[in-house]
Design a protein around this ligand. Sequence first.
Ligand code: ATR
Length: 274
Amino acid sequence: KKLFGVIGDPIAHSMSPVMHNDLFNHYGIDAAYVPLHVRKSNLEDAIKGFKAIGIDGFNVTIPHKTEIMNFLDEIDPLAEAIGAVNTVVNKEGTLIGYNTDGRGFVRGLTEELSSLPDKKVMLIGAGGAARAIYFSMAEAGVQKMDICNRTTEKADLLKKACPFPVNTSIFDIEGASKCIEDYDLLIQTTSIGMSPNVDERPLEFNQLKIGCFASDIIYNPLETQFLKEAKSLGANIQNGIEMFVYQGALAFELWTGIFPDTKRMKKNVLNQLG
Ligand code: ATR
């Protein structure tokens, strides 16, 4: 039997175990995926233990995504540039770290949107999630992607660290509000609007470009205030379920070679959210 898991602190809330166990079952793979509560102080020991028992692969969540990189044997270049690993593959005793968050986001987006590289994009936020998305969008060939953030210095750092060519101007929140109708695609990556603060939004806007697409990485609530307002101004919208499902699908593919049925995964996740 193969063994997979997810490490984090806290971990009890994770929807990954039910999602991945359903996939293993569905594809007839004899494997189990378990939630593993690992505190920061135990991370190194946990990885040694994983090597000792020959775990086949695992996901990494908060607060270990960066720290874990110290304990792996190899790191995929994109994960290295992002500075975070969310998926580990055990290849004959060698632990290899990947980041499927950003690439998962991009994959989920291309299911909804054609000709992604031609879109004029505004990325809202410059934290860890924004970094994974910014680099992965640039990797996917997006050429014009501006960033707005409360702290513009953090957006500057992101722009400077990107290993792929992309044309980026940086705005504060007020500046972005004034020109938001110029963009084809808005990507909301801050924590603003997340439950319980469901009435908050990261920036104000009264008008959007015709055909605008708005994506929010939050999935609780399923429709943030940002998405509600974008929808009321005619935008097509997408919530954070997509990114969660596709990061999981890419991890499953790295472990098994099978790109799984994402519709099935989405249903499973919505079920878990109740
Ligand atoms: P994550 O890893 O989930 O992306 P993070 O790295 O802490 O979390 O980043 C949080 C993002 O939300 C940042 O862009 C942050 O803005 P700052 O860089 O200015 O801190 C943004 N954010 C969080 N709370 C905010 C608030 N109350 N107002 C404006 N921006 C906020």
